[in-house]
Write a protein that binds this ligand. Structure first.
Ligand SMILES: C[S@@+](CC[C@H](N)C(=O)[O-])C[C@H]1O[C@@H](n2cnc3c(N)ncnc32)[C@H](O)[C@@H]1O
Length: 253
């Protein structure tokens, strides 16, 4: 949930008053722009970079995985988008293989263009066999794009492809954070979507067969208050950050 966070750091103004000399102009995010363009455009509004949020998620994930003694293996990135997270996921988790799936052909094409590793593949969801072969699945900001009635089958899709004991790192935007809601209402690709609260996410994952390992909130403080960020790890139990991670496990038996 990159967008609101950095924007607050620059001081919130009504959208209609933005623009001008290099200033952010949310009103210029046209719904007809491609998903990728909207995302890029949105990220320009952020005082923090896309990498900042990716690294924050990965810090949180690595910390949680260390606590549960994660056994490294192949990773499934569900809703991988343009693959811009792939190399950092591989590096930070110290894993060798990753399969990214996404239902957008355009996103997959960009992901393949940006990929230089033999150990990485990008596919449509229907192209990936239902064989259980992944030790970890990662998903960021995908499930709020799914109609509520389609979320359970998506969570089951991930469940089926995980090895017994495999983990699902489920990152989502937090609707309990007012800034998150404010920005999501203004970005065309997020407008009209229904974000999942942390308990809704846990319920969904349980319904798909997972057991919940932990739930952690992240991104509490904007750049102006960055000296408080060392407290964010301790605040992780407070479900009010801009994003959250639910770490879930496929039972062994
Ligand atoms: C907000 S983007 C996040 C992309 C990426 N996970 C990231 O962190 O940059 C959401 C992605 O979910 C994908 N998506 C939406 N519905 C999907 C579905 N049913 N199956 C697979 N991918 C889906 C979209 O195409 C888009 O690439």
């Amino acid at each position: 949930m990159e967008l609101w966070y950095g924007r607050l750091a620059h001081g919130a103004r009504p959208l209609s008053s933005q623009g001008g000399q290099g200033g952010p102009d949310l009103s210029a995010i046209a719904p007809e722009e491609s998903y990728g363009r909207q995302l890029e455009h949105g990220l320009r509004l952020s005082g923090e970079s896309r990498e900042f949020f990716l690294e924050g998620r990965l810090d949180c994930l690595v910390n949680q995985l260390e606590r549960v003694g994660y056994q490294r293996g192949a990773v499934l990135d569900f809703g991988c988008g343009d693959g811009s997270s792939t190399s950092r996921i591989l590096d930070r988790l110290g894993v060798q293989g990753l399969v990214g799936v996404d239902h957008s052909e355009e996103a997959l094409m960009q992901a393949r263009l940006g990929s230089d590793g033999d150990s990485v593949e990008f596919r449509l969801p229907g192209e990936l066999a239902s064989e259980a072969r992944f030790s970890l699945a990662y998903s960021n900001g995908v499930f709020h794009h799914l109609e509520p009635g389609k979320r359970l089958s998506a969570a089951r899709y991930v469940f089926e492809r995980l090895l017994p004991g495999g983990l699902f790192a489920f990152f989502e935007n937090n609707p309990w954070n007012p800034g998150t809601r404010w920005v999501m209402a203004r970005i065309p690709f997020d407008r009209g979507t229904t974000p999942l609260s942390p308990p809704t996410a846990r319920g969904l994952l349980r319904a798909a067969g997972f057991e919940i390992v932990s739930a952690t909130s992240l991104f509490f403080f904007p750049r102006q208050l960055s000296w408080f960020r060392p407290l964010e790890r301790a605040l992780g139990v407070v479900p009010l950050g801009a994003q959250y991670l639910v770490l879930a496990r496929k039972p062994n038996g």
